[in-house]
Design a protein around this ligand. Structure first.
Ligand code: GCV
Length: 712
């Protein structure tokens, strides 16, 4: 009761709406603030460049908010507790310190407690302004998370070069697979009204190291390349530039036809090449630091080089050549499959791209989704990782929860990202992790990247729910360093977003860490995948065969019948296992060695198959679905006990969303069990409750106007 009363007293004066994300900078507890004030007596920082100015503003805002007052700006260290910020080139004071900054590279920084002019000071130093800005955000994070700052000796630099958010935002303001309102880009009012929200968006991204933004949907509209839109894009680039963020655009491969009036978009056609060169010149005139193009080609109806009998390398290289002289890159997506190809969809990206290894220009990054299908709650890592040593591959993770409960389900994606990044491809023997492919260390690639398909929209809280903000946060932090622990990142996020009270932090971090496995259990346990409603992907529909294309149908993936369930991708089936390095292929090919969490991804297994627990597969399936629901009930219970630790606004919304999640988890469990039971013809194992409704009832549910299901 006492804790509750204290917590309530510390509640902020104004209503919380989630807008400030993890950069809240609310006043710290008095004792803590007093300690930190003695380490923030003066601020010595330049403002000769836009990045220096925003760094100064951020430090003043953050320190002012947390400590009650920002330290005064000065030119020289005259007291203990000064904060000295800058680069050796911009600050003679820092130059005189002769710090070793070589290892920091272009974007790294160091934060050190040091004596300057006989006074105790903290220095935040980088080789470039942007590194200093990243360092400033790190320093603020130390205070936000109540970290001691008296003996600092930190240095950090990103392990990955291109760290981008991909927006699937359409020019009409809708967002494909967006669950947080409309697009934040108000194209109609741009370029004249660069809304303040864009600056907050840039600040937020810089705080987690994001250095690029693809503004428009990969299912691209070529209009984005018209002069009218390019002016709008340039206005956004101007807002982002001080924060170290470059803009990129999704380019529609057929733009030379649609905009240029050409008869073809064949990459070998000189007129097509000229059209793109002229377009690039036009773009770079407006946006000198334009990042480059993202391309989705020959997939899900998009045009591409295959339309002209050319390869993906031919298409990517043509664009790469026009961008190379200006330092631009092409991010070419490997999410390529075709309904004309009867082979297992999980194999198609590898089959298309593996033979092209070594054929791409140096400024092409192949953007590979984390798994072979499409952002399912659990997939094995894509077999392309480790299979293309002569090509730069970047990771594509989905942040928006298309297959993981949209806005309302609390699913922290950190453990999913970590699971994929730490997976061992065995490409060059043990320890050849996906993270090493991505950071370029496995095969010595300098051009490296991580992309996150954004979950940001016009909702006041940006992401549709406060907990979804954690997924934006963890994507940035893991893109910076793909070997970081998702638990530690979650802990930072909880402290910065809610409170440092350990009685809140610990249970909430535990809840977040378990939340992804809970979703796997109530949606697609034991390696099942793509069991969601047709098109919109809302709710369960394991029976569904209504989609026009076979590989969009849940029944294509579960292959359930009276004998068993699962997709045989072993050597007796589609042989997708053969796409992995031999030791992994051997493991996945053997039903006994396949991790049970991926069992039904790789094998069609009889209902009475004996699992490691000694129980049958049917039993384990029902148990996992049930577990998932139990876990969500437990999450609600955890949250119920935390009432009073944070503001009522965010508390109540999370409570309401957890109630929705429990209802929908139950629906998933019951609908799936009802359907699979109709095929397995087995009684429910003792102790498990029957579905609340009949299979007919679940099958009869249909949904229109589901968010995020837009056409372009
Ligand atoms: C941008 C899945 C999604 C599509 C998305 C596509 C892609 O198929 O359902 O909405 O389109 O992936 O990543 O290109």
């Amino acid at each position: 009761m006492l804790i509750l009363a204290t917590a309530l007293c510390m509640a902020p004066a104004h209503a919380e709406d989630g807008y400030e994300l993890w950069l809240r900078y609310h006043p710290l507890a008095a004792e803590q603030a007093t300690i930190y004030r003695s380490h923030a007596t003066q601020l010595i920082i330049g403002s000769a460049t836009p990045t220096q100015t925003v760094t100064r503003e951020e430090l003043q805002r953050g320190l002012g908010g947390m400590l009650g007052r920002a330290p005064p700006l000065s030119d020289a260290v005259t007291s203990d507790g000064a904060i000295v910020v800058g680069t050796p080139a911009s600050s003679p004071l820092i130059a005189r310190l002769r710090l070793d900054t070589k290892s920091l590279g272009n974007e790294g920084y160091l934060i050190r407690s040091i004596v300057v002019n006989g006074r105790a000071a903290t220095v935040i130093v980088g080789n470039n302004d942007i590194g200093v800005l990243y360092g400033a955000f790190h320093f603020l994070r130390l205070l936000q998370t109540n970290h001691p700052v008296d003996h600092l000796d930190l240095h950090d630099s990103p392990r990955v070069k291109v760290r981008v958010l991909d927006h699937w935002d359409n020019l009409d303001g809708s967002v494909e697979r967006g669950y947080a309102g409309a697009s934040i880009w108000d194209w109609f009012k741009l370029p004249d009204w660069p809304a303040p929200r864009y600056t907050d968006y840039a600040r937020t991204n810089a705080s987690i190291g994001i250095n690029g933004v693809v503004l428009n949907n990969a299912n691209a509209n070529s209009q984005i390349l018209t002069p009218t839109y390019l002016e709008k894009v340039a206005a956004l680039a101007n807002v982002f530039r001080p924060y170290g963020i470059r803009v990129y655009l999704s380019a529609r491969f057929s733009a030379p036809i649609e905009l240029g009036g050409l008869k073809t978009a064949d990459p070998f056609d000189p007129q097509v090449q000229r059209w793109w060169r002229t377009k690039a010149d036009e773009i770079y005139k407006l946006i000198p630091d334009f990042g480059g193009f993202l391309v989705k080609a020959n997939s899900e109806g998009q045009p591409g080089p295959r339309d002209y009998g050319r390869t993906h390398a031919d298409g990517a290289n043509m664009l790469a050549d026009v961008l190379a002289p200006r330092g631009g890159i092409v991010m070419w997506r490997t999410f390529v499959y075709s309904q004309a190809n009867p082979d297992d969809r999980a194999k198609q990206a590898y089959d298309e791209f593996k033979p092209l290894d070594g054929h791409f220009r140096a400024n092409v990054l192949l953007q590979v989704k984390n798994g072979p299908i499409d952002f399912q709650p659990r997939e094995p890592f894509s077999p392309l990782f480790g299979a293309m040593p002569k090509t730069s591959l970047m990771m594509e993770f989905q942040i928006t929860k298309e297959y993981l409960g949209f806005a309302t389900h609390l699913v922290y994606l950190g453990p999913l990202y970590e699971e994929v990044l730490s997976a061992d491809t065995m490409a060059h023997g043990k320890g050849s992790t996906v993270a090493k492919v991505i950071d370029g260390s496995l095969d010595n690639h300098a051009l490296t990247g991580v992309a996150g398909d954004a979950n940001v929209g016009s909702d006041q809280n940006w992401c549709g729910s406060d907990f979804n903000q954690a997924n934006w946060y963890v994507l940035g932090r893991m893109a910076w360093n793909p070997t970081q622990s998702s638990r530690l990142i979650a802990e930072d996020w909880v402290r910065m977003t809610f409170t440092n009270d350990q009685a809140f932090v610990k249970p909430v971090v535990d809840m977040m860490m378990g939340s992804r496995e809970a979703a796997v259990d109530y949606m697609t346990p034991l390696g099942l995948h793509h069991q969601m409603g047709p098109g919109h992907h809302y709710g369960p529909a394991p029976w569904d065969a209504s989609e026009s294309e076979a590989d969009w149908r849940p029944v294509y993936y579960n292959r359930a019948d009276s004998d068993g369930i699962g997709f045989d991708r072993s050597s007796t089936g589609s042989d997708a296992v053969a796409q992995y390095a031999p030791p992994i292929a051997a493991q996945f090919n053997d039903v006994k060695q396949t991790p049970e969490e991926l069992l039904l991804w790789f094998h069609h297994v009889p209902w009475d198959y004996r699992m490691r627990s000694g129980q049958t597969l049917w039993y384990e399936l029902v148990a996992h679905y049930t577990h998932g629901v139990d876990d969500v009930q437990q999450m609600r219970e955890t949250w119920r006990h935390l009432n009073g630790y944070i503001d009522p606004e965010r508390y109540q919304q999370a409570a309401a969303f957890l109630a929705i999640q429990e209802k929908e988890a139950q629906w998933w469990r019951d609908a799936c069990i009802a359907y699979f039971q109709s095929l397995s013809q087995r009684p429910l194992p003792p102790g498990f409750s029957p579905p609340q409704h009949s299979l007919k009832y679940y099958e009869s549910l249909s949904f229109r106007y589901v968010p995020g299901f837009s056409s372009w």
